[in-house]
Design a binder for this molecule. Structure first.
Ligand code: FPP
Length: 280
């Protein structure tokens, strides 16, 4: 167990510096961690070996996101659909999750990580629920990276749950149907108060969203790599961020509008700064 925050060293530190200077670091990265099974198969190992190595990637990516001051990292660790896997694999994944939570909690805490979860947590085995709640409680005042674990999660589950809660509040006169808009719906989702992902990464080459954050990914940039999750380490994340930095995010507008918006924002920033210095 490490005793304090882990800092980047040597060549890695240089790469992180370059990334900071070459553009914006995404505030929220969401990842579909896929290909653990295939990674194992390619090496004639049992699938469980792929999941184990996947946990090592989780550790590396969490650490580097903290070092880069990414604010939120959401990992699709277990989907609603994953319950349909063979019983043995589901129970092995739950044991692995429990072990990872136990092994990593102090390291995460020492690195100022705040742990959150989204999904139908009540569907998880009781010991996993207890460990998860304990770890979240321990880290609730931390101010560094927020690590969001999507567990027994699916985008449709999230939206359905929000619709139920909104209907209930309409029925009880807490909100009026006319007041339902984008922002209100976002506040009823499990990601309430978490900004939408800027970057979605999917490993192992599949071109699907797989029922992940369906509402929240509306304007996220996508990065898909053929690497399987166990082989996606920090250098691969740097490549994904560099690719993100090369994109122009237009949110449905045309290029000129985006550029003039950026110029306005920069002017406002300079004006504010000058005002704060001159006191006018
Ligand atoms: C996808 O690979 C991966 C999963 C369903 C589980 C991901 C879980 C971990 C990496 C371990 C626990 C996570 C944390 C946050 C500690 P797959 O089995 O679908 O691979 P395949 O598509 O090649 O079969």
């Amino acid at each position: 167990m490490s005793k304090g925050p882990v800092h980047a060293t040597g060549q890695d530190k240089k790469l992180q510096e370059q990334l900071r200077h070459s553009g914006e670091i995404p505030q929220h990265i969401a990842i579909i961690m896929d290909g653990n099974g295939r990674w194992a198969q390619k090496r004639s190992l049992p699938r469980v070996a792929g999941h184990h190595e996947g946990v090592n990637t989780v550790r590396d990516i969490v650490e580097v996101c903290g070092q880069l001051s990414v604010k939120y990292l959401t990992l699709y660790a277990f989907s609603t659909e994953n319950w349909k896997r063979p019983k043995d694999e589901v129970s092995m994944l739950m044991r692995l999750l429990l072990k990872a939570l136990r092994d990593e909690r102090d390291r995460l805490h020492n690195n100022n990580v705040k742990l959150k979860s989204i999904g139908d947590i009540s569907a998880l085995p009781q010991d996993v629920q207890d460990e998860l709640l304990d770890a979240m409680e321990l880290m609730k005042h931390n101010t560094g990276l927020t690590l969001v674990l999507a567990l027994s999660y699916s985008g449709r589950w999230d939206i359905t749950d929000a619709v139920k809660k909104i209907s209930y509040d309409v029925h009880h006169g807490k909100i009026k149907p006319d007041h339902i808009n984008d922002e209100l719906i976002s506040q009823y989702l499990s990601t309430k108060d978490i900004p939408d992902p800027d970057l979605l990464i999917r490993t192992s080459g599949e071109l699907r969203i797989s029922n992940f954050l369906l509402w929240q990914l509306a304007y996220s940039e996508m990065y898909i790599t053929d690497l399987c999750w166990p082989e996606f380490r920090r250098r691969s994340l740097y490549e994904a961020i560099a690719s993100f930095q090369g994109r122009e995010r237009r949110y449905g507008m045309v290029s000129e509008q985006v550029k003039s918006k950026r110029k306005d924002a920069a002017t406002t920033y300079v004006e504010k700064f000058l005002r704060s210095v001159t006191g006018t």
